[in-house]
Design a protein around this ligand. Structure first.
Ligand code: SAH
Length: 260
């Protein structure tokens, strides 16, 4: 018998077969695809992924007990990496092109997504990820709303994002306290050109660390010299949530130019 689910590792195992089928179907796995699953846990989703016969399956699971169970159950069908997804070096992603699945541990889901958005070596065909609904709502938020923020901008820089469905707490054991949502991320064919993605991270961080303040404050922090508001058609008295995604990209480019 497995140990009790660990709250500290965000362990809420998905057992709803309908939802598991929806997730795998959305991945549209072909025979020559490489799949990466984050936090496979007890292997509920893994079994469905294996049934689609991808070329290769990598699992990253931090919990040693679960990882050993997965080894016993799936043996040669998968390659298991017993580690923290946040500690995986960028080298691992080099020269691979993954379909990534993950019913993410909710306590670190925004960190995982941010890392995926900013890692230059991560090449993906598609991501199908489960978040708590509140976080998913922030990822797909519209400008001028309270949910719009850093995560919206980072995620939309690299991906076209679509919501697949909401998932009730009843689909999990143990039941989480919150609703969940599944999102699909497809890489943009043409990303807005940024020299170093970390700079979008930095710019959005400075703007949204004080999201109620007027934007002249973050602008003054980022741009030591003068800043031409009219060039961007924005107003120093706007709030961070009033600036469109594309304008954040343009401001980041301006920031990069100001550094050189
Ligand atoms: N995908 C499974 C389990 C989801 S629960 C299912 O749908 O049933 C989240 C899983 O992520 C757990 O197995 C947990 O041990 C694992 N996990 C938590 N933090 C992690 C981390 N930092 N890196 C990798 N896996 C992690």
């Amino acid at each position: 018998m497995l140990n009790r689910p660990k709250k500290s590792l965000g362990q809420n195992f998905l057992h709803d077969q309908n939802i598991l089928k929806i997730i795998v179907k959305q991945g549209n796995i072909k025979n020559n695809d490489q799949v990466l699953e984050i936090g496979p846990g007890t292997g509920n989703l893994t079994a469905h992924i294996i049934s689609q016969k991808p070329k290769k399956i990598f699992l990253i699971e931090k919990d040693k007990v679960l990882s050993n169970e997965l080894k016993k159950r799936f043996e040669s069908k998968v390659e298991i990496i017993t580690n923290d997804i946040l500690e995986i070096s960028s080298d691992f992603y080099k020269n691979k092109n993954f379909i990534i699945f993950g019913n993410l541990p909710y306590n670190i889901s925004t960190k995982i997504l941010t890392q995926f958005c900013l890692d230059e070596f991560l090449l993906v065909t598609k991501l199908v990820l489960m978040f708590q609904k509140e976080v998913a709502d922030r990822i797909i938020a519209k400008v001028n709303t309270n949910k719009y923020g850093r995560l919206t901008i980072l995620a939309n820089w690299k991906f076209n994002i679509k919501k697949i469905c909401d998932v009730s707490p009843n689909s999990f054991f143990p039941k989480p306290k919150v609703q969940s949502s599944i999102l699909e991320f497809l890489p943009k064919k043409k990303k807005f050109l940024i020299k170093d993605p970390k700079n979008i991270g930095k710019v959005t961080n400075v703007f949204f660390s004080q999201r109620r303040k007027m934007i002249k404050k973050p602008i003054n922090i980022l741009f030591k010299k003068s800043f031409d508001y009219s060039k961007f058609n924005i107003n120093p008295f706007d709030r961070p949530q009033n600036i469109s995604i594309e304008k954040y990209f343009e401001i980041t480019k301006e920031f990069e130019n100001s550094l050189s």
